[in-house]
Design a protein around this ligand. Structure first.
Ligand SMILES: Nc1ncnc2c1ncn2[C@@H]1O[C@H](COP(=O)(O)OP(=O)(O)OP(=O)(O)O)[C@@H](O)[C@H]1O
Length: 876
């Protein structure tokens, strides 16, 4: 029995199998080829599958991010950034946002609102298979530059697997520089004013394809006076779009905006029914502290929290500026940083990053740091100045106890602020309890401050600005139940800042002079020194006027304007001028104003309105340093003990016609002066010692004078008017010269600073070049890629290359000539056959030296022969 005939021959069997196998393989190949679809098609199908799952999203079933129908790229990004489980606000808003609904979301601070809008934004573009050619698809507006920057960083992190381009437009940079890149971005994170500026000035910037508008901290955007800017922006956007609004606090104004730009929105208020409106992990307390004790308290607090990371909130930039400097000099033993709206953009970023990195430090800040900033591991939030309202309080304390972490907050209240503020907080479901300061633990730093100020005139000026700025901020606060500038112990406060004499506060003084009733005849106690300069008897006013003032200062109703809108605008404007906290570009483009043509002129009209009793405010609204100096003039009328007489002449002046009163005033002054001279008073002097024991006279201020000698021997009785005039003239000349020198010096410093900034800028240029736009899906280097810069780079490379080539040519020429010479002299002894390596080397050299003009076009041997020939003919 043998095997069948066919299987006997193995070769034949193999060939048959091979034929069959190849046929089958080809068939499979063909089938697979037919089945294979373009990538975009596959992607579209997977998107369709995701979209099909949208209606089924059930919040209760969501545990991980992957339970949402999200693209693989987004999920990968989230996972890589260590985000696995969505927070409550994310669970509740991502679903409706994916379904294309408008969303108005609110949740406590630190609950993860940023991802709640970034994830739908990425998915929205992914769903549309958005490309660079499609232009701007998502617009994210933040109230502050820092917050915009932070959002941009989170976007880069979670969106890094997508191919979209993202841009950060926050001002502080050349508009043109941004303009060049703005139209290449798919997702734009920006501040409102700068965006509007681009909409107005960058001709090729348009948002006609926009799919989604996101407003982060929407209520703050409106509070900051951007309502009109926002309206203008919204007008430039397509009507058919999706809008998402997020904030930790919901206010009426947000709802107004929602009505304006949201269609049938989904209201998601995660913690609406929560017992408290602040994080459960946050411990909140307040202390009642006199104004003059605040600085001491702050110092003592820092001394006992050296290993902690704290943020201290102040009401104004100038307080931050002054106290930052002073605390640096006090050396509390912990790094002190400062963040406020008057800093240069670069500086702000530097401070922000610095504080993020530090484990233990204290950040002195204004409310620009109150919203949204996510500094890691902040232990303490100390509010040294009372917040404007409960919302501001909630946002400030929200800088600690973020995302399930713990934190502590301490609010410092003045006795006059306590009742109303605490009540407000309790109404807003803020659990806060009082603690007492242990007076023994308070370290008094006043004398040290005095010494610093005596040493440094600039610091003293800063202290004065700080003083005025704080008072102005209190004065401008709307809620007069909490904030009453007339109840502040000014003299004591000035002393606590290191100032021997309180600067003159014109706006308070005038308000008082105009007849402001001060509670229950307590003016002496409430307005020590500064405001009492005019004497006890203020000008009389009618009952009606008194009522108006009472309404303004003790009620909520402002008297500056005709309608409520105007009032808000005006207060806002003054506050803005006071603090310059609006988040706009450093070129000074406060666009909310610029865009408000009509409103602005309306505002000016309001200020010019003669019938309005507080029109003087327009004089105080300039926040320019020099302007501040102007009303910081220290007047010490009381020095000669003439209070009573001054008071009487003020009264008399009131009753006399203008011309007579002038005359009367003149003669009285001369009389008074003569009296004083006769009495030969010796003015008291005040001196203090510096740290080094150096004696410094603080009062009267030592002044430079042009006519010192004359002054010394000019102590005759009476006043020689001609002489006095002459002296005044001399002094005037001298002062002018001094002033000129000062200005010159200031300009020089400015120039130097600008130069340094330019140098720093050019160093950072490379990094800066590409900052506004990054490509989310590219690696670090690719992200930096920019065609325009690469063109520049190639240009510069070409030039550099060209220069190097030229250099090489001349070097080679020298070398070649040298070598030829050596070579020739070597060869005078006879022709030597070259080794193969030698030939190779020579050939290589010839290649390298192809620019050398000495190439004869002959072969190497022919060359050598030629050289020998020439040499021998030369020697003959
Ligand atoms: N799902 C998550 N898992 C883990 N951490 C998260 C998650 N979502 C957010 N976080 C973290 O929680 C912190 C707070 O998030 P985020 O800044 O978005 O809060 P927020 O609600 O916007 O706060 P605020 O109201 O102060 O602006 C951040 O450090 C963020 O990285």
């Amino acid at each position: 029995m043998g095997l069948p005939e066919r299987s006997k021959d193995p070769v034949q069997g193999f060939n048959r199998w091979k034929k069959k196998y190849t046929k089958k393989k080809e068939k499979f190949k063909l089938q697979r080829k037919q089945k294979k679809k373009p990538e975009w098609q596959i992607e579209r199908e997977s998107i369709s599958r995701l979209v099909a799952r949208y209606p089924e999203i059930n919040v209760n079933e969501i545990i991980k991010f992957s339970d949402f129908p999200l693209s693989k790229k987004t999920l990968k990004g989230l996972l890589e950034a260590q985000y696995r489980m969505p927070s409550e606000i994310q669970k509740q808003t991502i679903g409706p946002a994916l379904q294309g609904k408008d969303v108005l979301g609110a949740a406590k601070t630190g609950s993860g609102k940023t991802l709640a809008f970034l994830i739908p934004a990425l998915e929205c573009l992914n769903r549309q298979q958005w490309t660079a050619h499609d232009g701007l698809g998502v617009l994210i507006i933040s109230p502050t530059r820092e917050l915009a920057y932070q959002t941009f960083e989170v976007l880069r992190k979670v969106g890094k697997n997508h191919e979209f381009s993202a841009g950060l437009i926050i001002g502080g940079k050349d508009l043109k520089h941004e303009s060049g890149r703005i139209n290449r971005t798919n997702i734009l994170v920006c501040t409102p004013g700068r965006l509007l500026q681009h909409m107005d000035e960058t001709s090729y910037f348009h948002a006609s394809n926009l799919l989604m508008l996101i407003l982060d901290e929407a209520d703050r955007i409106l509070d900051m006076g951007f309502a009109d800017t926002m309206n203008a922006i919204v007008e430039n956007l397509p009507k058919k779009r999706q809008t998402l609004l997020f904030s930790a606090t919901q206010t009426k104004s947000v709802k107004d905006l929602a009505r304006l730009s949201l269609k049938d929105p989904e209201y998601v208020w995660v913690h609406e029914k929560a017992k408290f409106s602040t994080p459960a992990t946050l411990e909140q307390r307040y202390v009642v502290c006199d104004l003059q004790q605040k600085v001491n308290m702050l110092y003592s607090f820092l001394k006992s929290h050296l290993k902690k990371k704290s943020i201290v909130f102040f009401a104004s930039c100038k307080e931050v500026q002054y106290l930052f400097r002073v605390f640096c000099r006090l050396r509390p033993g912990i790094p002190v940083l400062a963040l406020h709206g008057k800093q240069q953009q670069m500086k702000r970023m530097e401070v922000y990053n610095d504080f993020v990195r530090k484990k233990a430090a204290v950040l002195f800040a204004t409310d620009i740091a109150a919203r949204g900033l996510d500094f890691p591991a902040v232990n303490w939030v100390l509010q040294l100045d009372c917040p404007e309202d409960a919302s501001t309080y909630i946002h400030r304390v929200g800088r600690t106890a973020r995302y399930k972490e713990g934190g502590e907050a301490l609010l410092v209240l003045l006795p006059s602020e306590q009742k109303s503020m605490v009540q407000q907080l309790l109404e807003r479901k803020v659990p806060i309890e009082e603690i007492k300061i242990n007076p023994e633990k308070i370290v008094n730093v006043q004398t040290r401050l005095e010494a610093f100020l005596a040493q440094e005139q600039e610091l003293k000026e800063r202290a004065q600005r700080c003083f005025v700025s704080y008072l102005r901020s209190v004065y401008l606060m709307k809620n007069k139940d909490v904030f009453d500038a007339f109840k502040l112990p000014l003299r004591e406060y000035a002393l606590s800042l290191g100032l021997a004499v309180p600067p003159r506060i014109r706006f308070l003084q005038r308000a008082w002079k105009q007849g402001l009733p001060i509670a229950d005849g307590k003016e002496d106690a409430l307005l020590p020194g500064v405001l009492r300069q005019g004497g006890d008897a203020g000008p009389s006013v009618s009952d009606d006027e008194l009522e108006t003032f009472r309404a303004h200062f003790s009620e909520k109703k402002p008297v500056l304007q005709k309608g409520e809108d105007g009032a808000e605008k005006e207060t806002r404007q003054l506050r803005k001028d006071s603090d310059n906290e609006l988040e706009e570009d450093s070129e000074g483009n406060t666009l909310s104003e610029e865009s408000e043509g009509n409103t602005l002129s309306e505002k000016n009209e309001i200020w010019k309105e003669p019938a309005l009793p507080l029109q003087f405010l327009d004089e105080d609204n300039e926040d320019d340093d020099n302007q501040d100096l102007d009303f910081l003039t220290v007047k010490r009328r009381d020095v000669f003990g003439l209070d009573a007489e001054a008071g009487s002449f003020l009264n008399a002046e009131k009753e006399l016609p203008a011309s007579k009163s002038k005359k009367f005033e003149k003669s009285t002054r001369a009389k008074n002066a003569k009296k004083v001279l006769k009495k030969k008073f010796n003015v008291n002097t005040k001196s203090s010692f510096t740290d080094d024991g150096e004696l410094i006279q603080q009062w009267p201020p030592v002044q430079n004078s042009a006519v010192k000698e004359i002054q010394d021997d000019d102590d005759s009785n009476g006043i020689n008017l001609d002489k006095a005039k002459e002296r005044l003239h001399e002094e005037d000349k001298f002062d002018k010269e001094e002033y000129r020198k000062k200005i010159k010096e200031k300009h020089r410093e400015k120039r130097l600073k600008e130069k340094a900034a330019r140098r720093a800028k050019s160093k950072k240029k490379e990094a800066d070049e590409d900052e506004p736009v990054v490509y989310l899906g590219r690696g670090e280097h690719e992200e930096e890629y920019d065609s325009s810069t690469s063109a520049d780079a190639s240009d510069s490379f070409d030039q550099e290359d060209h220069r190097l080539i030229k250099q090489n040519i001349s070097k080679l020429e020298e070398k070649t000539v040298g070598r030829k010479r050596t070579y020739s002299s070597e060869e005078t002894g006879g022709i030597r056959e070259m080794t193969p390596e030698g030939k190779k080397k020579k050939a290589k050299n010839n290649q390298e030296e192809s620019f050398v003009p000495l190439d004869t076009g002959l072969s190497l041997l022919e060359d050598e022969e030629l050289v020998l020939h020439l040499l021998s003919s030369q020697t003959q």
